[in-house]
Design a protein around this ligand. Structure first.
Ligand code: NI
Length: 172
């Protein structure tokens, strides 16, 4: 288990659709361990493999603190098979765009299918912040970031804030 470096906005791996996983072997399980370790170390709610530079369809989410004990999962080749028409806005950030956050509209309720890290089929329902975290991480596997869900004006303002933060960081 290792803490891996999280890649930041601007790295092309974040914009590349990730590859389906075909082998459920020890290497995959070690990738999942690294994702959990890196997420916890960065105090994140979720992490997708492309965010540590690995372009494969693997993600982890842990939002038990806000969504209840069931809200921790590692998913491989996930897909959203149902989304409610009901949507809500809540605050989102991303470990690859540190320091900024914005309200994002997402379905309240979803059904997800995929595999667990051992190759077993999984299918489950999620709602509220758990659904939001899953949708955010599944987006990462398609090269989509939460800022893509914002209006052009909101996105521009957020990116301006983000670049200013990065510059201040570099000056330090
Ligand atoms: Ni993210």
């Amino acid at each position: 288990m290792a803490v891996r470096e999280i890649v930041l906005l601007g790295d092309p791996v974040l914009r590349k659709p990730a590859e389906e996983v075909e082998r459920f072997d020890e290497e995959l399980q070690s990738l999942v361990d690294d994702l959990f370790t890196t997420m916890v170390s960065a105090d994140g709610a979720g992490l997708a493999a492309p965010q540590i530079g690995v372009s494969r369809r693997v993600l982890v989410v842990d939002v038990r603190q806000v969504a209840g004990d069931h809200a921790r999962v590692a998913l491989v080749n996930p897909r959203v098979v149902e989304r409610s028409d009901d949507e809500e806005k809540d605050t989102e950030g991303c470990l690859s765009i540190p320091g900024v956050s914005e309200l994002v509209r997402r379905p309240v309720h979803i059904v997800v299918e995929g595999k667990d890290p051992f190759g077993e089929d999984v299918r489950f329902e999620a709602e509220g912040f758990y659904a939001r975290a899953l949708l955010h991480e599944i987006d990462h596997l398609d090269g989509v970031l939460f800022i893509d869900h914002l209006s052009p004006l909101k996105r521009r303002m957020l990116l301006k804030r983000y670049r200013k933060l990065r510059e201040e960081e570099e000056d330090r």
